[in-house]
Design a protein around this ligand. Structure first.
Ligand code: ADP
Ligand code: MG
Length: 322
């Protein structure tokens, strides 16, 4: 590589005598992508993302693309090839419980390990954290949140609620304007991720072109299939040292089939909540037999009745199953 940063030309040879303590920088040796990945441990985060999250193939691919962009940017900077710092503000769109918050946490880690944010923490907020009820309250609230998020990622859930066109004096506009400024002026130390339903995000961007133009990466989170939800539930149980009996697994598959058709189905979040309820029922079932000595097997296994007692089965599938 022959490009040199202006001013980094090696000094004449006798300079070695006077500046022995601080030798002039030579052209840095070329580095590999693998070396940066290994040094920064970004590969480990990407692998965790792949292993720990079920499905989400398109999201994982986009996260990898962004990591690639950042690693290449790092290699370019290392060799003194000037470029603008990459714009990193993002939009995560998708239905509730599709993994947006979880992936945002990983993204914060990646950005931190690659040195794009100082601290790598994530501050998750909604409209109420940013917008005040009274005149003069919004700016200090928004600035306080921004101060907390500086050096990390600000995750704004259901970001479109910041914009209420039906109310022309809405204070949300004030928060949007402050955000826009900070997203531009502090882009080297704060990454903003806007999240929410895809259609509402699109409408929001149509009315807020300034926000749209500052978002460099749009990631779309698909709903999980029934198979993926089943895999997610097994994983969630295993993390807490529980498992389904074969009959319980079958019952839970049927449960998911019914639950998917209900309103307000929230993907992996609904799965988590359903499993919490099943664990409560398992505990009550075991609690009701105070004299029994309980084996590890019994303590860790959810049985079919723990699932089938769900309200969803009353009526929907006929009394035969319940
Ligand atoms: N692909 C996945 N694999 C395993 N668990 C997941 C997956 N997606 C989401 N979860 C879990 O589901 C819950 C909801 O996910 P979250 O990231 O909060 O969704 P969102 O922010 O889109 O509403 C969390 O407990 C998370 O750990
Ligand atoms: Mg969330």
């Amino acid at each position: 590589m022959s490009y040199l940063i202006p001013g980094s030309t090696p000094p004449p040879t006798d300079a070695a005598v006077t500046t022995a303590a601080a030798p002039a920088p030579a052209t840095p040796p070329a580095r590999s992508v693998g070396a940066v990945l290994a040094d920064t441990q970004v590969e480990a985060v990407l692998r965790e993302l792949d292993d720990e999250l079920v499905g989400l193939a398109p999201v994982k691919a986009r996260v990898r693309d962004i990591a690639a962009l950042l690693v290449i940017d790092k290699l370019r900077t290392h060799l003194g090839l000037p470029s603008q710092p990459p714009s990193l503000h993002m939009c995560f769109s998708g239905n509730p419980g599709t993994g947006k918050t979880t992936v945002a946490l990983r993204m914060a880690q990646i950005l931190h390990r690659l040195g794009y944010v100082r601290k790598g923490h994530l501050v998750a907020v909604t409209r109420d954290d940013l917008v005040g009820q009274y005149i003069g309250h919004t700016a200090p609230k928004t600035r306080e949140v921004l101060k907390r998020a500086m050096g990390g990622v600000l995750f704004i859930d259901e970001a479109y609620y910041l914009y209420r066109p039906e109310n022309e004096r809405d204070y949300g506009q004030e928060a949007i304007e402050i955000l826009l400024q900070v997203m531009e002026n502090h882009r080297d130390d704060l990454v903003v991720i806007l999240a929410g339903y895809e259609d509402r995000m699109n409408t929001f961007f149509q009315s807020n072109p300034g926000m749209r133009s500052r978002i460099a990466h749009h990631l779309s989170f698909p709903d999980y299939s029934a198979d993926e939800l089943m895999q997610i539930s097994r994983q969630m149980l295993a993390e807490q040292n529980y498992r389904f009996s074969p009959e319980a697994a079958e019952a839970f598959e049927r449960y998911l089939g019914l639950r998917l058709q209900q309103p307000h189905f929230a993907n992996a979040r609904s799965v988590r909540n359903a499993l919490d309820r099943a664990r409560l029922r398992q505990a009550s079932r075991l609690f009701a037999q105070p004299q029994r000595e309980l084996t590890a097997e019994e303590l860790t296994t959810l049985q079919a009745p723990d699932i089938l007692a769900s309200r969803l089965f009353q009526g929907a599938e006929g009394a035969g199953h319940a």
